[in-house]
Write a protein that binds this ligand. Structure first.
Ligand code: SF4
Length: 298
């Protein structure tokens, strides 16, 4: 099936991109793997006419925001992000009405409609830098992830007006699961994603985005790592560091939405050119402005 997908992609001049949390066999069939923004930027640079996005809904929207002239297909249309779905554009408009002077910073894990109501987008890798570069006298609304917001508050010393969103998959990683794994493998370093609970973040040797985790594992002298994020990342970590060991603290660190995409569904989506993700131009341009604003704050 991997060959079938590759062949079809060649025939159709399509680029297959897969998020780091996708199934191993889907990652292995893709042209590129990475985090959501990395992938959308890669999609924007390529000459391919079709982008087959193996990920979740907001990611394909982001690819379309950056590449409106390309046909962006979401391999599995039912794959959403529960965290992104925890805030709507209406919720954010109400927050803005309560804090009319505040600048809005939104994590990239949001719908395009929420991005369109946002001043500056951020990723987990640059959220703290974005916030640190906002003038000290400006109020800041930060959505949707409460754990990332707490991490940013700690790093920057700024007070944020937070939304109570979270990633259910990352919240399955608890202090108990980390301590139990650490007791079994005391030599292991703990690398945690800032979507993890604050008390898990406090136990980590390093707090990194998925791309930061990949760099950290490559550069570290250590041989064993407890990876506190969705376990799909372990596939790439193992592939790129065959002499090192990567352990998930819990078997529950699986995002069901990310795992909805199978090779068979990806092939069918590309064959039929179904599940195209498009936005109305007004929303796209407003969301694009928020994504582009990020670059001027990092
Ligand atoms: S792992 Fe969490 S944040 Fe990522 S897509 Fe799944 S639910 Fe959303």
């Amino acid at each position: 099936m991997q060959e079938e997908l590759r062949e079809l992609a060649r025939e159709k001049n399509a680029l297959v991109i897969a998020h780091n949390y996708q199934r191993s066999e889907v990652q292995d069939a893709a042209d590129f793997t990475g985090d959501s923004l990395e992938l959308s930027r890669t999609a924007a640079r390529t000459g391919a006419e079709i982008i087959l996005f193996c990920g979740v809904h907001f990611m394909a929207e982001t690819a379309h925001i950056l590449s409106p002239q390309k046909k962006v297909l979401l391999a599995e249309i039912k794959a959403g992000c529960p965290m992104a779905d925890m805030i709507t554009a209406g919720d954010l408009r109400r927050m803005k009405a309560e804090h009319p002077e505040a600048l809005v910073v939104a994590y990239v894990n949001t719908s395009a409609a929420v991005k369109a109501e946002t001043d500056i987008c951020c990723t987990s890798a640059n959220a703290a830098t974005v916030v640190a570069n906002i003038p000290a006298d400006r109020e800041i609304i930060f959505v949707p992830d409460r754990n990332l917001a707490l991490y940013v508050e700690k790093k920057t010393g700024r007070k944020l007006i937070k939304w109570d969103g979270f990633c259910p998959t990352h919240e399955y990683i608890t202090v108990e699961t980390i301590l139990k794994t650490k007791a079994e493998r005391p030599e292991a370093l703990v690398i945690a994603h800032p979507e993890c609970l604050p008390e898990v973040q406090d136990l980590a040797d390093a707090l990194e985005s998925t791309s930061g985790m990949i760099r950290f594992a490559q550069q570290s002298e250590a041989k064993t790592f407890i990876i506190a994020t969705e376990m799909g990342l372990n596939h790439r970590l193992k592939k790129e560091n065959p002499d090192k060991e990567f352990i998930s603290p819990t078997k529950k660190a699986i995002c069901p939405n990310m795992k909805m995409t199978t090779l068979r569904k990806a092939i069918e989506t590309l064959r039929q050119e179904r599940y195209e993700i498009r936005l109305d131009e007004e929303t796209r341009l407003k969301a694009l402005a928020a994504v582009e604003a990020m670059v001027s704050y990092i």
